[in-house]
Every structure is written in C-alpha cells, then in structure tokens.
Design a protein around this ligand. Structure first.
Ligand SMILES: [Zn+2]
Length: 285
C-alpha cells in the first residue's frame, strides 16, 4: 500500500515496486499524482540513470500547466504531456502510471486486445470490455497523449465503471485511477491476466479438451455483491465461541438492527414473557 499522504515518497515507493516486480524497466516509465491544482511527477530517465531508486527530492511539483512549483521543468519526465492531458480530460483522476510490463507488451507487439480471464481483471478493470491498443505513436508526443485520452473516453462510454488502462504497441501501457494504489493495481492485475493467457496457450493451445469459453458472464451487480458481508453459520447453531463457551449462534443481521428496532424487539420479548408468567399464575390460581 502506498503512503498517499506523502506524495513524493509514494511515487518513489511505487516506482521501486514496479521495477522490482518487472512492471517497469531501465528504459523508461513515469508516474504522477494529482493533488488539487498540483501535479507531483517523476523525473526524466528515472530508469536509465537510477534503476528506479529515486529520492523524494527528485520528484518535481508543478501546476496543472506543467509550470514547476518545486524543481526544474527540463527535469520532468519526457512523457509528461500524456499525464497532463489525462488530468485535464478526467477531473476525477488523481494518479497516472506509465509502465513497461512485458506480458502486456507481448499483446501490444501483435496489436492484440487483452480479454479479461482473471477475477482481478474482470472485477477491477472490466468484465465487459478488453484492454485495447492505441495506434502506434511517437513516444511522449501530443499524438500519443490524445490517443490515450480517446481510448480512456471510449472505455468510459462502453462501461462507466471500467478501469482506465490501455496498451501502446511496441512501447508500454498507461493506467489512470482515482489514487495511486489503483493505477498500480490495474497494471499488476492486467499483467497477471496476460501471463494466464500466455500460459494457457502454451499449455493447452492445441488440446481439443481445453475450454477457453466463459461460462458465467459476471455482471457489475454481481461484482458489487463481493463487498457485502455474508452469514457463514445458520441461526440456532450450537457451537463454542472464541473463549470456549457453549453458545447458540444468532444471526449477525439481528445484531445489526437499529437501536429503535432493538428496543421494539426487547419490549415485545418482555411483554410475551410477562404474559406467559401471568397466564401460568392464573392457571395455578
Ligand atoms: Zn515509455
């Protein structure tokens, strides 16, 4: 998890993590965070000159038009234009990551889309649309920036909840999210997804028994149900609690009743208890 309170530290940590996990290499990559009207962005050639072991004071801070507040303009990554174009096009986006993950790039080097075949990719990125390639572009150019923004707009049109990530043929990938953790997550799950695609082709490609079809098209509704807490025991189950005491399990839903509902339930219980007692007494009398 990144330290998103300290933007400069977070960028250094994610850069190193990406490099260690083979999502970035010495030939390039760049990362930024937007904080209000400021952009924190990695320096040029962080891979080539520093193998992504960069220091916090190497992070440049600029305004939204790339005018530096801290640091020098000519030290900013050479692909900065893509970051600023994304921030201007998507006000909710707070982090942009440009990486060079080799398994995703294998698809880019064949201009092939990346279908979702992992739970992570289906849930976190999109169950409905693949990760697609932009046209081959000049690295760090306005042309590349415009095409990435267009790709992300297309993704939002197809699936409003889609994660923003695209492939750049023969180059790398761009991801953008509402925080740096998610910009990183999109790249990592997409890279894992590509490893699965490649593995299953190597392992089962010509095997007639291999079934690559999707049997259950997971919906956004089903994805959102993941976060709902579920009961794991039926009410009335006798069991030993965490302290070894024999008890009867009571549905957690009952425990989640509002205080007025609980008061109502308690008073109903008391009334029925008193009624029972009174009836017993009358019978005895
Ligand atoms: Zn690059």
């Amino acid at each position: 998890m990144t330290n998103t309170k300290n933007m400069r530290k977070a960028l250094c940590e994610i850069g190193k993590l990406c490099f260690d996990r083979n999502l970035l290499d010495s030939s390039g990559g760049n990362i930024s965070i937007r904080d209000g009207d400021k952009v924190f962005i990695t320096p040029r050639q962080a891979g080539e000159h520093h193998q992504w072991s960069i220091e916090e004071d190497m992070i440049i801070v600029t305004d939204m038009c790339k005018v530096p507040v801290i640091g020098e303009v000519d030290k900013i990554t050479r692909e900065a234009i893509c970051h600023y174009y994304i921030y201007h096009a998507f006000p909710d986006i707070k982090a942009v990551l440009h990486a060079h993950p080799p398994f995703m790039m294998s698809f880019g080097s064949a201009h092939m889309d990346i279908p979702a075949v992992s739970e992570g990719t289906r849930c976190v990125i999109s169950p409905n649309i693949p990760i697609t390639n932009i046209e081959e572009s000049v690295p760090g150019s306005e042309q590349q920036a415009v095409r990435i923004v267009d790709n992300f707009k297309w993704r939002k049109q197809q699936d409003p909840d889609a994660g923003l990530i695209c492939n750049i043929p023969f180059h790398g990938v761009f991801s953008a999210a509402e925080d740096l953790n998610y910009a990183y997550l999109f790249v990592e799950v997409a890279e894992t997804n590509c490893k699965i695609l490649i593995n299953r082709q190597i392992m089962f490609g010509n095997n007639p028994k291999a079934d690559f079809s999707i049997h259950h098209d997971i919906s956004r509704e089903e994805i959102s149900s993941i976060a709902q807490s579920k009961e794991v025991c039926p009410t009335g189950l006798r069991y030993r609690d965490a302290f070894g005491k024999e008890i009867v399990y009571q549905s957690q839903d009952d425990n989640l009743l509002s205080s007025s509902q609980q008061d109502k339930k308690i008073s109903e219980e008391i009334i029925s208890k008193i009624t029972d007692e009174v009836l017993k007494k009358i019978k005895r009398d």
